[in-house]
Design a protein around this ligand. Structure first.
Ligand code: ADP
Ligand code: 5GP
Length: 190
């Protein structure tokens, strides 16, 4: 019988610590997770690498992938900024029985959970408060003040999706959040 893979969906408002938590779990190495590298037409931030953090595309290239049917899902997460999960990042790996992690926005997260049902675990990372979220985005210092304001104002909308997730992890103390997320993934996938 073909071994089915598992999908771990992780969503949170920008700056809640999603990437930090996912990277920490991957570094610990207790679970063999494969990160699904999304495509986007946003420019890379300092330190981000093409093919590692994202497949950085032009808007034309992104639209070509849409018309080719290459995406499991895609969303215009911010005005003019597209993000999408490529079939090539998910389907082959799942059919090899691997555990694939998707770091995607709330609309994408809810859609993918509907598509994959019990083969997917959806995790919402919650900030301790919206004010703390603003402080983290400011101290990360990777976004302009306008982008930070946009991300904070969107956070409340995104938090409204949390009840649709299988489980919620509050990222107050970082180590606790990493432990809790890792445990939930292990319980689901191993
Ligand atoms: P996301 O991937 O959700 O956009 P990041 O992982 O980049 O968020 O985290 C945003 C910023 O907040 C980073 O500078 C990170 O080091 C910091 N951070 C993450 N978790 C915590 C925490 N529990 N306490 C304090 N700072 C945190
Ligand atoms: P950032 O620009 O901070 O890397 O990401 C912005 C938002 O886009 C985050 O909420 C992130 O989870 C989301 N995102 C990243 N990749 C995808 C994707 O493939 N699909 C969807 N729907 N959202 C994504």
């Amino acid at each position: 019988m073909e071994k089915k893979g598992k999908i771990i969906i992780v969503s949170a408002p920008s700056g809640c610590g999603k990437s930090t938590i996912i990277n920490a779990i991957m570094e610990r190495g207790n679970i063999n997770l494969k990160f699904s590298v999304s495509a986007t037409n946003r420019p890379p931030r300092t330190g981000e690498e093409n093919g590692v953090n994202y497949h950085f595309l032009t808007t034309e290239q992104f639209k070509q992938h849409i018309s080719n049917g290459d995406f499991v899902e895609y969303e215009e997460v911010y005005p003019g900024r597209f993000y999408g999960t490529l079939r090539s990042e998910v389907e082959e790996r799942c059919s090899r029985g691997e555990i694939v992690v998707l770091d995607i926005d709330v609309k994408g997260g809810v859609n993918v959970k509907k598509m994959f049902g019990s083969e997917a675990l959806s995790i919402f990372i919650m900030p301790p408060s919206v004010e703390e979220l603003r402080r983290r985005l400011e101290s990360r210092a990777t976004d302009s003040p306008e982008a930070i304001a946009q991300r904070v104002s969107k956070a409340e909308f995104e938090i409204g999706f949390a009840p649709q997730y299988d489980t919620i992890v509050v990222n107050d103390n970082l180590n606790d959040a990493i432990d809790n997320t890792e445990r939930k993934i292990m319980e689901f996938a191993l």
